[in-house]
Design a protein. Structure first.
Length: 215
């Protein structure tokens, strides 16, 4: 028969062991959680970089578009610019509806733009704020749908539509661009806005550049 003292000792040992087990379990759970969070951060950062590269690709594609010397169909392109190139002789082709991705607005619109409530919106703002990207993709040319509404679609231009640039792999949606024309005296230049998407359509990056073709 165990003495009363031995029984108490065994009871204390069990409590100590249980405390150590609980502590180790909590430590393991904390480490697993930290590892999971770190993995999500790394994945989100990678997705952001992919979206940024896509937006950069859209900017470069828009510049190639603006540098087209004539409106003939390019190899691999879905649509031709027609009489809208060379661009310096066809500024008339830019419209307030951003037809074929080319936008023009009076300076008063930019001066009165209010991002907080989406009034007097600039074209590159989110569609929810009045931006003119036009997220009705069924009416735009694409590699999936082919050359639909080449001369009449409005909003963002999908990568390669007029230049024949190859599609980007590994993105949820192909990048797009909008081009705005500005005139200061006799000086004409363009603001290009590109938006790119990552592996997830929820990851979006918007970049801008200013461009003046010397043609």
């Amino acid at each position: 028969m165990l003495s009363q003292l031995q029984q108490r000792q065994r009871g204390v040992a069990l409590v100590v062991v249980m405390i150590f087990v609980l502590a180790l379990s909590a430590l393991a759970a904390f480490s697993a959680r930290n590892s999971s969070v770190g993995e999500k951060v790394a994945r989100n950062q990678l997705d952001y970089q992919v979206a940024r590269q896509a937006a950069e690709a859209a900017l470069r594609d828009a510049e190639r578009d603006l540098l087209l010397v004539n409106g003939t169909m390019r190899t691999g392109a879905l649509c031709a610019r027609g009489f809208a190139r060379p661009v310096m002789d066809a500024v008339w082709a830019f419209t307030p509806t951003c037809e074929t991705g080319q936008c023009t607005f009076p300076d008063s619109l930019y001066a009165a733009a209010n991002y907080s409530n989406g009034t007097n919106s600039e074209p590159w703002w989110p569609v929810s704020k009045g931006g003119l990207w036009n997220n009705t993709f069924s009416g735009k040319p694409s590699r999936e749908k082919g050359a639909v509404n080449c001369d009449t679609f409005t909003g963002g231009v999908t990568l390669g539509t007029f230049t024949g640039a190859p599609a980007m792999a590994g993105v949820s949606r192909q990048p797009e661009y909008l081009v705005e024309v500005f005139q200061r005296g006799t000086n004409i230049f363009f603001r290009v806005t590109g938006r790119g998407f990552g592996y997830s359509a929820n990851t979006e990056v918007v970049l801008q550049s200013y461009f003046k073709p010397f043609l």
